[in-house]
Design a protein around this ligand. Structure first.
Ligand SMILES: *Cc1c(COP(=O)(O)O)cnc(C)c1O
Ligand SMILES: [Zn+2]
Length: 413
């Protein structure tokens, strides 16, 4: 049984066998590879009947569509199966019939990246690699770090020195070797590749490792299952390198090819104004990405060169997608509006997608009867410093009732 047909370059379309470890040799690191599955096996195994009757609540239920040969020892922490909430108070606020929130902060290390790291760690074990590494703005790092700790793999993590404290704390507590790069994410990424070439470690960086996007696609499978095989009209996601949105799109397409759904969603890419290379290229119908020094509070999507830009562009082109830019102020405001109407607290990059929805609503670009799914990609507790910028700190008062009465009077809304 060979599930994988070939690896296909996302830039030039050439195909390769699995001996090609990372990217297309012709296009270089820009030519990230996509895993093309032979769906015959999945067609037999992953039927609607199977999915409905097997409730194993994690990503391994999709094994026929995961790029792993066999799993000797399954990672013993729960990955995926995050809740999908119907956000009724938001629906009233925005006058939209169906808004769903996929809360990816509920993954073991509190972001969507866990879906990818699960594949990365198992692939390293399959290939007998003892050392795994990654470059990351923070979440891919903390995720790999936790899973490597769980499976006893040594790991080196390249992060920009500006990484939020919560994410750094995760890395250090999990016991990773942290390479705190005096530079931004783009520099950390290139530096990590240089180190891989020198030391021969296994590279989990999502934007160079072909298999990881197939972990991220499970978020789409779950949305479909949780909506009882109905397809949202729009799926709104925060975009940095472009792995997450292209992962979700791949998931929807594979379920479509398996006949499990009969239509596909429109994919909406939301980026920060100060870090929007994918959206710029899509709007300008460019096939190249021009570098502008990224500047945004949303560190997880602060990216100068999108490392999976072609997959993201293909996603937007194929799904007739939308590209929305939002300001940092929009992001901070979105954080509180989302939290106060749903109880879901996302980090800046986690709620950037919601800032995009607010903008679409303002532009009148969403019909009332549409079904919208938002993927809140990371927990707000990862970056408390940014979160406190969205709110004002209460002043200190003495524990005396009189003081409380006058204080409550002061802050009365
Ligand atoms: C990584 C990340 C994203 C964006 O994913 P890309 O694959 O880089 O586009 C969005 N939100 C959070 C919280 C992330 O960690
Ligand atoms: Zn190529």
């Amino acid at each position: 049984m060979d599930k994988i047909k070939h690896l296909k370059c996302s830039k030039c379309g050439k195909t390769y066998g699995e001996e090609q470890m990372y990217h297309c040799p012709i296009c270089g690191t820009k030519g990230t590879l996509e895993v093309v599955f032979d769906l015959t096996f999945a067609k037999k195994e992953l039927t609607k009947e199977y999915l409905v009757s097997h409730q194993n609540p994690n990503i391994w239920r999709y094994f026929p569509l995961l790029p792993l040969k066999d799993i000797k020892e399954e990672i013993p922490i729960q990955i995926g199966h995050s809740p999908l909430y119907k956000a009724s108070r938001l629906e009233s606020l925005l006058n939209i019939d169906n808004i769903y929130i996929k809360d990816e902060g509920r993954n073991p290390t509190a972001s969507l990246k866990d879906r990818a790291s699960a594949i990365g760690v198992h692939k390293a074990l399959e290939l007998d690699k003892e050392i795994i590494c990654a470059a990351s703005t923070g979440n891919a790092a903390s995720s790999l770090s936790g899973f490597a700790a769980c499976m006893g793999l040594k790991n080196y993590i390249f992060v920009p020195h500006t990484i939020p404290e919560g994410k750094l704390a995760q890395l250090l507590v999990f016991g990773s070797q942290v390479i705190l790069v005096d530079g931004d994410y783009d520099q950390a990424f290139d530096f990590c590749i240089e180190a891989v070439n020198h030391f021969g470690w296994y590279n989990r960086s999502c934007a160079i490792n072909p298999y990881l996007v197939d972990g991220k696609k499970t978020v789409a499978f779950e949305i479909i299952e949780q909506l009882n095989f109905k397809v949202p009209d729009k799926v709104i996601m925060s975009v940095g390198d472009g792995c997450s949105i292209s992962g979700a799109w791949k998931g929807f397409k594979e379920f479509y090819e398996l006949g499990l759904i009969d239509q596909l969603p429109v994919m909406v890419s939301v980026q920060a104004e100060g870090s929007n290379p994918v959206n710029r290229a899509y709007r300008n119908k460019n096939r190249e990405f021009d570098y502008i020094t990224p500047k945004t509070i949303a560190d997880s999507i602060s990216v100068g060169i999108p490392r999976n830009g072609y997959k993201a562009l293909n996603t937007l082109n194929e799904s007739k997608g939308r590209a929305i830019d939002v300001s940092d102020d929009d992001i901070l405001q979105a954080m509180t509006v989302l939290a106060r109407h749903t109880g879901v607290f996302g980090e800046p990059a986690g709620v950037t997608c919601f800032a995009g929805l607010l903008k679409l609503v303002k532009e009148g670009a969403i019909r009332k009867d549409e079904t919208v799914a938002l993927i809140v990609s990371g927990s707000g507790l990862k970056d408390v410093k940014s979160a406190t910028m969205a709110v004002s700190r209460p002043k200190k008062i003495k524990p005396e009732l009189e003081g409380l009465i006058s204080y409550l009077d002061e802050v009365k809304e």
